[in-house]
Write a protein that binds this ligand. Sequence first.
Ligand code: BES
Ligand code: ZN
Ligand code: ZN
Length: 497
Amino acid sequence: MAHMSLSIRLASTQPALVNTPLLALLVPQNPSVSGELAAIDSATNGAIERSLTRRDFRGARDETMLFVGGDSGAQRVLLVGLGSAAPSRTTVRRAAAIAARQAVKLGTGGMHLYTADTNIDAIEGMAIGAAAGCWSYKDLQTPAPEKDRRAELTHVTILAKESSEFLAALAVGIATAEGQGVAKRLGQMPANVCTPDMFLEVGREIAERHGMTLTSLDRADMTRERMGAFLAVAQGTPQEPRLVVLEHRGGPTDQKPIVLIGKGLCFDTGGISIKPAPEMEWMKFDMMGAAGVMGAMETIGRLKLPINVVGMIGSTTNMLSGTAFKPGDVVRASNGKTIEVVNTDAEGRMVLADLLVFAKRFNPDVVIDAATLTGAIVIGLGHTAVGVFGAERELVDEVLVAGERAGERGWPLPIWDEYKEQIKSDVADVKQTGGRAAGSITAALFLNEFVDGYPWVHLDVAGTAYSQTDLGWIPKGPTGTPVGTFVEFVRARAQSR
Ligand code: BES
Ligand code: ZN
Ligand code: ZN
């Protein structure tokens, strides 16, 4: 597994005194030329002041302006606007990512980052943003000839005092970035590279490095466990399906674990209910829930969080073949419930059904699953909010707070009994889909049929885990969601104990 080639450190030097190929200053809306900006301006012979006076640069969100300095000191100065919103972990992350992308474009190799009023959130945000801004997956591309290559961004220095709390914040930022790197890497891999076996391999590697226990179930094991729902999806592919469990035991032996579950469809053709050809290639991203779990376990392991966490993923590929499951089939999940299959494209909920039943074995304190589950969530919430579903308001709120901190905002949707009518079946205990109306809600209610006696929240990340457009601060591709939400939820729980 490739790790970040970027190293990030803190230094308490005055921004005006650093010797750096690129000094990036993250500045709020309508900055005034005083204090640090004025001190730095000597490196640019007063150009910063002139452009602020002319109102060329106003500090709007995502706004940038690059100044050329001399051969020493700040050799380039980049202003990045933070915008008018109150500075937060998320706004700083965004600006730091934009700075890092600029550094990559220029090929500066290194960068110093500075923002006034630095606090713990800003340090975390700068570290996560810097890493996000220079993230890429190039394994499958032939590199340009040496002479045409620009230097990679390999070292970032955040200008802040090296206090113990800031160093701890830096460690959180780096660990989060590494976890997101794991998830994004898996998400960017094509389905012929990111297979269920790859999830097993990555899981094994994470477990080894962090002293976690790894358990995995293959097709034969799942058959013994009577996981008829998961197996129905997997019966159309010759690839071995994998259920992978990672156990991080950072808390007392008798402490009930937080269980994180992820949908890991390495590719979703829709099966016999085949998807239209245009844009089907995006369905390699249908494993971002599982990638999110792997990424979160990486972060949790790095931070050695003093709490018990179980990460569980179900991975397969939804294919068409002579052995594939069909609309109308009735299958039995591992809790004994029968499911009437309506549409083989609603495969994620079938995989998750058996995982939710399996989770019960770990005597969970709480279970959170993440899945690129429905196209309907994209219609409802677009590419901005994660759909958050759960019966317990307090727990839903706790997840929403974690998502907010992580810069992966969610929004709650109801799972009232009234909607259950839609998934009643004439031939089985439950119908797999509930029609077009409230598609994300009926999907969540289907999952709820397999939740037994533990608090549970479901995250639908179909609109947010992968971006088809360049978002400015990150390129198109996997966004890192839901790694941050998982991590912030677990961190908050670990702190409150
Ligand atoms: N992986 C898809 C969900 C999806 C669709 C994500 C489009 C992003 C964009 C999921 O397995 C699926 O196909 N769901 C169906 C369910 C339907 C058949 C009830 C959907 O949303 O269309
Ligand atoms: Zn599908
Ligand atoms: Zn799917």
